[in-house]
Design a protein around this ligand. Structure first.
Ligand SMILES: [Zn+2]
Length: 358
């Protein structure tokens, strides 16, 4: 049985309040108008100013909270650095605005910066969805009405970040010194392509972004822009690589509460995906299953079209992984639907197909 996680800070900060969670590391929250109603940001104190990890969603509320934070904390000690863990809107929403407003430098990994810029190109096309996106949904077996609902929802949603034009690159193994502490850059992948985490051994703190969350699992999704991608392999490899950091480090995630118990959580996350892979392999034995069948198996309750779209991408991530592992075969049938079947296993490879590492 997995060891329970410990939560040393049970109460999150109020808007614009800072809670010091380690020496010169402060926890800040920004609201979001979704079921996941917040993102955690972290302010790091330097000798001559502040750095912030992630920026919040691009909304008028976030902007006014940033103005209040600036009035409270930045008057004598300016914001000098912004580190975005990855390109998703809740992390980069205010990045371009913060750069302009405070003259701070933006730091990201190369692929996350370029993906952010590419997302703008995709967002500009949202009223006329590319044919390849339609193919993705049709091949998965998504009903036309569901697809239409998704298009309507996407065209009514606009949280596109204020885009930055210049950034400074962070790569695996880099070190950044901020005030008294030196932070090591760790790159994960699977939830996004080149996700930055930061670890400081002087205070034993890991800023994990969305790469490790304490209670929910991060979306690992195949998107219509790369339908044959295998992000689940990257994700599982990253879970293994993160074990290089100590079990007793304080993990500062982008959502929910800071926690202790890194290795226990990594094991839980790995087990979650291994169980899903085994369930899907057994489910596809009759050779007729579509992506949407697997989506419904994995996620029986999907309240909105966006939930369904992300769940479909996650089902496809598991299916692509199994096809690449040669556990499943896939064909496109006469109606352009992808159909999955479980491969015959050599006798020595009988169940369980997947072993979660401890
Ligand atoms: Zn994310």
């Amino acid at each position: 049985m997995t060891k329970a996680l410990a939560y040393p800070f049970s109460k999150p900060p109020l808007p614009t309040e800072l809670i010091e969670v380690a020496e010169d590391v402060f926890w800040l929250r920004m609201p979001m108008p979704f079921k996941l109603d917040h993102i955690n940001l972290y302010l790091l104190r330097d000798h001559d100013g502040w750095w912030v990890i992630d920026t919040g969603l691009n909304t008028s509320m976030t902007k006014s909270l940033w103005e209040e934070i600036a009035a409270k904390y930045f008057s004598e000690s300016p914001l000098k650095g912004i580190i975005c863990t990855h390109y998703h809107n809740d992390h980069t929403g205010m990045s371009g605005w913060l750069v302009e407003r405070f003259g701070a430098k933006l730091y990201m990994s190369n692929t996350e910066f370029l993906t952010l810029i590419a997302m703008k190109h995709m967002s500009d096309k949202k009223d006329k969805m590319p044919a390849s996106y339609g193919d993705y949904c049709i091949k998965a077996g998504m009903e036309p009405a569901e697809f239409k609902a998704l298009l309507d929802m996407l065209s009514n949603t606009n949280y596109m970040p204020v885009l930055p034009f210049t950034y400074y690159r962070l790569s695996e193994g880099d070190f950044i010194t901020i005030g008294k502490h030196r932070w090591q850059v760790f790159i994960g992948s699977g939830h996004s392509p080149e996700h930055v985490c930061l670890y400081s051994d002087s205070i034993n703190v890991l800023i994990s972004g969305d790469q490790v969350l304490p209670k929910i699992t991060s979306n690992v999704c195949v998107s219509p822009s790369e339908p044959n991608a295998n992000p689940l392999k990257n994700w599982l490899d990253s879970l293994d690589s993160l074990k290089v950091f100590p079990e007793d480090c304080l993990v500062l995630p982008s959502h929910q509460l800071p926690f202790v118990g890194l290795h226990a959580r990594l094991a839980e996350l790995k087990l979650h995906h291994m169980s899903a892979l085994e369930k899907i392999t057994n489910y596809c034995l009759d050779g007729s299953k579509k992506v949407m069948d697997v989506t419904n198996l994995m996620f029986p309750r999907l309240p909105t079209p966006i939930d369904k779209f992300l769940a479909t991408g996650e089902a496809l991530a598991h299916l692509n992984y199994l096809v690449e592992m040669d556990q499943l075969s896939v064909i496109e049938d006469d109606e352009n639907l992808l159909r999955y079947s479980t491969n015959n296993l050599p006798p020595q490879q009988e169940k369980p197909l997947f072993q979660a590492h401890e």
